[in-house]
Design a protein around this ligand. Structure first.
Ligand SMILES: NC(=O)c1ccc[n+]([C@@H]2O[C@H](COP(=O)([O-])OP(=O)(O)OC[C@H]3O[C@@H](n4cnc5c(N)ncnc54)[C@H](OP(=O)(O)O)[C@@H]3O)[C@@H](O)[C@H]2O)c1
Length: 330
């Protein structure tokens, strides 16, 4: 099959279209003939050799895909060849075919395109897992998310407001802040010029937010804790700003705060299946009706994966960037 292959990790130019072995279908798995795959920040790290795939996962980049089921293992029920699906992958999305545990696959509603599906599943499950399951956002609670214009940020705005919560975002430009407000954010702080802790506290009547979803890390730790309400939870899902900080344990203790580190990719197939099931139980009706759909910034052909990575690196996007792999050969 055709895939993005990398001989030596490095800058964007190390990605080339080339031949790769078709992945082997194991028990409990389905094979997907991919039409599109999502581009995630983590792909940029993996391309440079900094984020190796978990043991047993495909070395090919790509954490999410959408396409049609091409083959189903004997023990899999509920999917059949030809079904339109999207899937959460531990790797292997930048390719014509992916194999994945059936529990990581969600049927694509007819109103969603393959590109929309490919740009949905990773951020939906990440936001759901971290905000709703791990941090246990209370009914009508509030969230602060950094990078409101990112794939994660735009999805968080959608799910939190849909659940009746309020969400404060940070972003690097007035334009991104404006677009986040248009999507339903309660408040938006330009982190280059505004005091985002003050904005988060003001938006919650001085109380602070119940949950912070943070992908910046070290330099934001102190501010994140100040932005939290008592009993709040900080969920760390990325380290874009740095991996080291000093934790003021007295603040955690006195204010009963939780700090949670979280990754989705390294979880077991059974854990991912449980997250998918819980997501569908909570948001499935909205998803199946086409009310939950990603903001697609741009779709590139697979051959232009390097351009897509440059765009993500520049943060010039708002929402998701997706690669088109093939036509739907149905
Ligand atoms: N742990 C997990 O399971 C998991 C799963 C999925 C994603 N993630 C992480 O979540 C993060 C977002 O992922 P993504 O794919 O949605 O990324 P993305 O679309 O590439 O967005 C990253 C965004 O961060 C913003 N940003 C950069 N520095 C910032 C700062 N100091 N303050 C606020 N915003 C800042 C950038 O926009 P502006 O600077 O222009 O605002 C950019 O839009 C990444 O770190 C990714 O690794 C983790």
């Amino acid at each position: 099959m055709k895939a993005i292959v990398i001989d030596t990790p490095g800058d964007e130019s190390c990605m080339k279209i080339g031949p790769a072995d078709a992945p082997v279908l194991g028990p409990g798995m389905v094979r997907i003939r991919n039409v599109a795959c999502g581009v995630n920040r983590a792909d940029l790290l993996q391309r440079q050799g900094f984020y190796p795939p978990p043991p047993g996962a495909s070395p090919i980049l790509g954490l999410e895909c959408a396409g049609r089921i091409a083959e189903v293992a004997k023990d899999v029920r509920g999917f059949a060849p030809g079904d339109r699906v999207m899937a959460l992958l531990p790797g292997g999305g930048y390719a014509e075919e992916s194999v994945v545990d059936a529990g990581s696959v969600i049927r694509l509603p007819g109103s969603l395109s393959f590109e929309e599906g490919a740009g949905s599943i990773e951020t939906l499950l990440t936001v759901f897992l971290n905000v709703f399951q791990l941090a246990a956002l209370p009914e009508g609670g509030s969230v602060l998310v950094h990078g409101g214009g990112s794939g994660i940020g735009t999805t968080a705005i959608d799910l939190v407001t849909r659940a009746g919560g309020r969400i404060v975002v940070t972003a690097g430009s007035e334009e991104k802040c404006r677009r986040c407000l248009e999507l339903g954010a309660t408040a938006a702080a330009n982190y280059r010029s505004d005091d985002w802790v003050a904005v988060a506290r003001e938006a919650t009547g001085g109380r602070g937010v119940d949950v912070v979803l943070d992908s910046i890390g070290g330099p934001y730790l102190e501010g994140n804790l100040r932005a939290l309400a008592d009993d709040g939870a900080l969920v760390l899902i990325g380290l874009m700003g740095g991996a080291k900080a000093e934790i003021p344990l007295g603040v955690l203790l006195a204010r009963r705060l939780r700090v949670i580190g979280s990754t989705l990719r390294t979880r077991s197939a059974a854990q991912k299946a449980a997250i998918v099931a819980a997501f569908l139980a909570r948001f499935g009706a909205d998803f199946e009706a086409g009310r939950i759909r990603p903001i697609l910034h741009q779709v590139f052909p697979l051959a232009q994966a390097a351009e897509a990575h440059r765009l993500l690196k520049s943060s010039g996007h708002f929402g998701k960037v997706v690669l088109r792999i093939a036509d739907d050969g149905a």
